[in-house]
Design a protein around this ligand. Structure first.
Ligand code: THU
Length: 130
């Protein structure tokens, strides 16, 4: 069930530090350890130094002991169905598979489900780097 992930992402969004864009984003990951890890965007006065909600959640997952993303929810206060940015798609793909579901939300719940294959087709993959 994805409603708990939606609620976790929405609650995480409330912790966003987005004084420059005023565009709070929240993300929640259900990981392979059964736990939910959350994140929000964290901006910086030196604008390029800020980062998105998704990598905050990924960092929390890795440091909390989760290794793989089972499913993920993303929400933005000011944009229904906010899709993860390109860089975030690559970051999510590192810990997900082509069938991993990403839930795009509005203020009441999950409104659209996409797989990573749909979000990031023809992604960068190589055996060369291990
Ligand atoms: N943002 C995210 O947190 N995730 C995304 O996938 C899209 C963009 C953040 C970055 C920045 O803090 C704000 O939204 C406006 O771009």
């Amino acid at each position: 069930m994805s409603h708990d992930l939606f609620e976790a992402a929405r609650d995480a969004m409330a912790r966003a530090y987005a004084p420059y864009s005023k565009f709070p984003v929240g993300a929640a990951i259900r990981a392979d350890d059964g736990k939910i890890y959350v994140g929000a965007n964290i901006e910086n006065l030196s604008f390029p130094q800020g980062w998105c909600a998704e990598p905050t959640a990924i960092g929390n997952m890795v440091m909390g002991g989760g290794r793989r993303i089972v499913e993920m929810a993303v929400i933005a206060e000011k944009l229904a169905l906010c899709p993860p940015c390109g860089g975030c798609r690559q970051k999510i793909a590192e810990f997900a598979g082509p069938e991993t579901r990403v839930y795009l939300c509005d203020e009441v719940g999950v409104q659209k489900t996409m797989t990573m294959e749909e979000l990031l087709p023809f992604s960068f993959k190589t055996e060369m780097l291990g």
